[in-house]
Write a protein that binds this ligand. Structure first.
Ligand SMILES: [Zn+2]
Length: 118
């Protein structure tokens, strides 16, 4: 049985709003230099399961290193609600589950991803 649902999410000020279709049983933290600082708890979804409703022009795109990841954040409130990964034709949307409505973080199985080693 699929537990896929549509979740709505946003940054803090509401300029960036989106919907994502996903099962939400588990999520990941990451110890890479940026996730460690920002405190992401994330899931990865296919771009087709993600719909940006507002805020395409309200975000800053921060990139570093190999630049496979677009670390987007709201230019007004600074919240990192999602990012876009692109490498060798693979695209993923990385969603910060902390920005989804009605998600109880404590109810999720959170796994630690060793992004530092990549
Ligand atoms: Zn904002």
């Amino acid at each position: 049985m699929s537990l896929q649902q549509t979740y709505s999410g946003s940054c803090h000020c509401g300029r960036v709003r989106f919907e994502v279709d996903t099962e939400l049983a588990r999520a990941s933290t990451c110890n890479c230099s940026i996730c460690h600082r920002v405190g992401w708890t994330m899931i990865s979804v296919e771009p087709a399961r993600f719909r940006l409703l507002a805020g395409d022009d309200a975000q800053t795109n921060y990139q570093f290193g190999r630049k496979t990841m677009h670390h987007l954040f709201c230019s007004t409130c600074g919240v990192h609600a999602f990012g876009r990964f692109e490498s060798d034709g693979t695209e993923k949307v990385i969603v910060n589950v902390r920005c989804l409505d009605g998600v109880e973080l404590g109810a999720l199985e959170v796994q630690a991803f060793d992004g530092k080693s990549y």
